[in-house]
Design a protein around this ligand. Structure first.
Ligand SMILES: NC(=O)c1ccc[n+]([C@@H]2O[C@H](COP(=O)([O-])OP(=O)(O)OC[C@H]3O[C@@H](n4cnc5c(N)ncnc54)[C@H](O)[C@@H]3O)[C@@H](O)[C@H]2O)c1
Ligand SMILES: O=C(O)C[C@H](O)C(=O)O
Length: 367
């Protein structure tokens, strides 16, 4: 692998006037994309180049970054683009990053589960996270590489070992589940998709993806059968794309869109924009609900007393939840809110699978 810095394309020093954007009004922010030459990486690089909150964009991959960086770098928006290729340029790519987005690794083919990607992607993520711990330990990390239910715990363990773990700054990107749930709901409910909101909680694989259509807005009076079908389609959305692509990979364009939305939310949070809330797979400590009632040590049911304790969303250490983003990353992990019986059932069903995927990641990282 060649190892010189490949390209550094300086674009606008001054604001893109046509957009009415002033570079003086927002702080400098460096975003690094790891896996930037891939199916997700390239359109994501494009979308991040269009984001006026980004001042420096580092595009890293093991191959093909010179072309991607040259191409994207010609776009007349604020950020300065640089391409980095190969392990010995990874440090430079990461240095000073505020946000690191990781879509590196192999995608599914028809017939595979996301967990089938573990053997290859776990090692890739572990190595990239070791470099993040070394070169930009304070960066926010947006993990896209699958299986997210395991790669996020791997990242956490790598950071813990390096002494850099900050649970407020590690995010599994589950925004595509929300994007899909919104699209499918708007179609069925016949409402304006731009106004739709649907929280999606749990994890990012099959039944661990739990859309909460009972909390969807605008409200629509959908039949139970419709809700079940929407839930299944959201859970199988990735597989729908994998099968349609027939061996040529998984979702890339919709994922780049979703990744760009989530990274933008992280940047807004860092910049102090209030009330930025997105769903994400995070360490699941809740700060909003001080009162948590549970069964006693001896399992006697319905022993309920209010007590001021730090509570978690579920008993699982990581869980996709609504998260309020702020200057330090996670500002607040929001509770699940009221669930329908169908959703409550889905929640109980997903826990063993999600728990096993989390434990698999933790075990791998500590082997
Ligand atoms: N979280 C989600 O919702 C979601 C959605 C879609 C895809 N994904 C996952 O994203 C990953 C990437 O998907 P894709 O379609 O872009 O795949 P792709 O094969 O098109 O691109 C992956 C890129 O990663 C690069 N890469 C491999 N090893 C690397 C390393 N050590 N360092 C840096 N880059 C490296 C490859 O060179 C390639 O350019 C897959 O694991 C896929 O399952 C996640
Ligand atoms: O389904 C996949 O393998 C990719 C991604 O996780 C998705 O949801 O599209």
């Amino acid at each position: 692998m060649r190892s010189s810095v490949l390209r550094s394309v300086k674009t606008l020093a001054k604001p893109a006037g046509a957009r009415g954007y002033s570079s003086e009004s927002v702080p400098d922010r460096k975003v690094a994309v790891l896996g930037a030459a891939g199916g997700i990486g390239q359109p994501l690089a494009l979308l991040m180049k269009l984001n006026p909150l980004v001042s420096r964009l580092a595009l890293y991959d093991i191959a093909n970054t010179p072309g991607v960086a040259a191409d994207v770098g010609h776009i007349n928006t604020r950020s300065e683009v640089a391409g980095y290729m190969g392990n010995d340029q990874l440090g430079q790519a990461l240095e000073d990053s505020d946000v690191v987005i990781i879509p590196a690794g192999v995608p599914r083919k028809p017939g595979m589960t996301r967990d089938d990607l573990f053997n290859i992607n776990a090692g890739i993520v572990k190595d990239l996270c070791s470099a993040i711990a070394k070169y930009c330990p304070n960066a926010i990390v947006n993990m896209i590489s699958n299986p997210v239910n395991s790669t996020v715990p791997i990242a956490a363990e790598v950071f813990k070992k390096a002494g850099t773990y900050n649970e407020k700054k590690l995010f599994g990107v589950t925004t595509l589940d929300v994007v899909r749930a919104k699209t499918f709901y708007a179609g069925k409910a016949n409402v304006n998709v731009a106004e739709v909101n649907v929280p999606v909680v749990g994890g990012h694989a099959g039944i661990t993806i739990l859309p909460l259509f009972s909390q969807a807005t605008p409200k629509a009076n959908l039949a139970d059968e419709d809700i079940k079908a929407l839930t299944k389609r959201t859970q199988d959305g990735g597989t729908e794309v994998v099968e349609a692509k027939a061996g040529k990979g998984s979702a890339t364009l919709s994922m780049a869109y979703a990744g760009a939305i989530f990274a933008d939310a992280c940047l807004k949070g860092l910049n102090g924009v209030p009330d930025v809330v997105e769903c994400s797979f995070v360490q699941s400590t809740v700060t909003e609900l001080p009162f948590f009632a549970s069964k006693g040590l001896n399992g006697v049911p319905d022993v309920v007393e209010c007590s001021f304790v730090q509570s978690t969303v579920t008993e699982l250490p990581f869980f996709a939840s609504k998260v309020r983003l702020g200057k330090n990353g996670v500002e607040e992990v929001l509770g699940l809110g009221p669930l329908s019986d169908f959703e409550q059932e889905g929640l109980e069903k997903l826990k063993p699978e999600l728990k096993a995927s989390i434990e698999k990641g933790v075990k791998f990282a500590n082997a």
